[in-house]
Design a protein around this ligand. Sequence first.
Ligand code: BGC
Length: 422
Amino acid sequence: MKKGFMVFVLFVFVLAMTACSSKTDSDKKDKNAKLDIFSWWTGAGEEDGLKALLELFEEKYPDVPIENAAVAGGAGTNAKAVLASRMNGGDPPATFQVHGGAELNEGWVAAGKMEPINDLYEDEGWGDKFPQDLIDMVSKDGKIYSVPVNIHRGNVLWYNKHVFEENGLEAPTTFDEFFEVADALKAKGITPLALGDKEPWTATQLYETVLLGVLGTDDYLKLWTGDLSFDDPKVVEAAEIFTKMLDYINEDHASRNWQDASQLVADGEAAMNVMGDWAKGYFVNDLKKVVNEDFGYITTPGTDGKFMVITDTFGLPKGVSNADDVKKFLSVLGSVEGQDAFNVLKGSIPARVDADVSKYDQYGKDTIEDFKVSELSPSLAHGSAAAEGFLTKVNQAINIFVTQKDVKQFTDSMTSAAAELK
Ligand code: BGC
């Protein structure tokens, strides 16, 4: 009787385990079968382009289930940490947003986490369809690791046209002009420059545009190879100009994000802000503002003829079970149709050289032309210029600098952080 009972308990246990393990397997299978597309494009100004791209993919491949696995937070503030834990925990997304340059090459490629996709480039005939500069940003040792979906420009000064017109002002092209305009606005009780550095990368982005404006492209590039020191007098001058600009920002900058800061400009409460051209997507799609009527754009002071490049790209992580489906997604993302569906809404320009320019507004058309003739430089704030570890230190130093405005302390912090760049 007792033995019979034990056998019965064992039988029930084995049955339960089998049910349990087969459930886990099928769950796993479902999860793996879904193409989870990881990015930080959620909400205002960010998600419209992604949605259009996902819809296009679903039209082309209705049998491949996809999941929008976006994690909110500008510039990947939260997404990058979630991604790291997934990648390092053996649970990579099917594909993920990653900036071309150091973030991809010195990050995930160097860590051995990405598959090369030269075969996809060959199959799709992409060799001459993307600018060589961009292909270089997504390649390491001759192997290509991702497909650029766009080119964003970082050195843009956006301004409220009505505020400028009403006050008889011209958009500034130099730092001297910037401070003249800023003084005139301040005298009228208008916040000259909007900043929302609740996420510190926005202040880092403002700072890097000042670096580019003061140093020029060649010296700006030398900063990231360790060939120009942060205590060089010209670099210190850039820090001084940056602090001076901070005298003209909104008081509540630390509680705003980039959208909230851009909104100040759209509403005419502030006159200008420096932001990548995802801000254009936000002005137009979300705030219903009209390019060149409600808001204008110009390169940030001293950066005419220079283009701070930010490129969002997607690749194939090692260890995904649905690599063929991932490649299908990448082929749509890299197609003319995919790029034009995405970029018209995102504010960026297409990465492809043969996209349909007529689909873009005046800002897009101007930027497509500018990209062809400008000196290109990678953005630090958006991960292309230097590895993530250095960027984290810069964001911390900038965050302290914005409140303390101590140029000497900031220069020391940057100089010691830069030791790892050599
Ligand atoms: C990305 C853009 C995005 C912006 C704000 C940048 O790092 O490259 O695509 O719109 O962050 O989140």
